[in-house]
Write a protein that binds this ligand. Structure first.
Ligand SMILES: NC(=O)c1ccc[n+]([C@@H]2O[C@H](COP(=O)([O-])OP(=O)(O)OC[C@H]3O[C@@H](n4cnc5c(N)ncnc54)[C@H](OP(=O)(O)O)[C@@H]3O)[C@@H](O)[C@H]2O)c1
Length: 181
């Protein structure tokens, strides 16, 4: 039986990997740093280099596992970086669950409030999420990663924004985003 473990370089995940190996499991461990993972590798774990915020790095390994232990977390006292914490702890957990085939609803509504000027032009909250990231110069691939959407969905939102804002180019969208923020 194969277990897939996240957080194997951490306090709890490290103990979990060792316990699973002691109990006879084959263990694949998602790790960001092979150096930090030397201990569990030497104990017999197979390392999967990746990150919980990058689904393409672990999807195949999760599919090949019989059990999943998700122990990776951005775990610190006091929230020092809320966005990072949300990306790793919430987005990362959702991505891991999706890779395991669990139904995880996507928040279709979006998180951004839409400024009045754009709301009257029909821009939705999710489109505003996308527009803000366009304004920060992110590529579609990075926007997809950031919002846990498919690239196709991001492209659809961009096409819709171009139409609603009467824009021809991404540069015009960037300008709109930066005018509004
Ligand atoms: N410690 C406790 O006493 C305790 C008690 C109850 C519950 N818990 C829960 O158990 C979980 C783990 O806690 P812990 O004490 O083991 O924390 P930890 O020692 O800080 O370990 C966190 C682990 O998560 C990994 N990680 C962080 N961000 C990642 C990312 N983006 N992609 C992949 N891996 C990532 C870290 O890898 P790197 O080595 O690459 O940083 C590390 O392996 C948390 O949810 C915590 O709330 C802990």
């Amino acid at each position: 039986m194969r277990a897939f473990v996240t957080g194997g370089t951490g306090f709890i995940g490290g103990r979990m990997v060792e316990r699973l190996l002691d109990d006879g499991w084959d263990v694949s461990a998602l790790v960001r740093s092979p150096e930090r993972a030397a201990r569990i590798r030497d104990r017999g774990a197979t390392l999967v280099l990746g990150d919980v915020t990058e689904p393409e790095t672990f999807e195949d390994a999760v599919k090949g596992a019989d059990a999943l232990f998700h122990l990776a977390a951005y775990y610190a006292l006091g929230v020092s970086d809320r966005e990072l914490m949300m990306r790793i702890n919430v987005g990362g957990t959702e991505a891991i669950l999706r890779a395991a085939g669990a139904p995880v609803p996507r928040k279709g509504r979006g998180d951004s409030s839409v400024p009045q000027g754009l709301r009257t032009r029909g821009v939705t909250s999710r489109e505003m999420d996308v527009l803000r990231l366009v304004g920060r110069g992110l590529t579609n691939a990075d926007i997809a990663k950031n919002l846990f959407l498919s690239r196709r969905t991001v492209e659809t939102h961009i096409a819709s924004l171009l139409r609603k804002l009467d824009a021809q180019t991404r540069a015009q969208l960037m300008k709109e985003a930066n005018t509004e923020s």
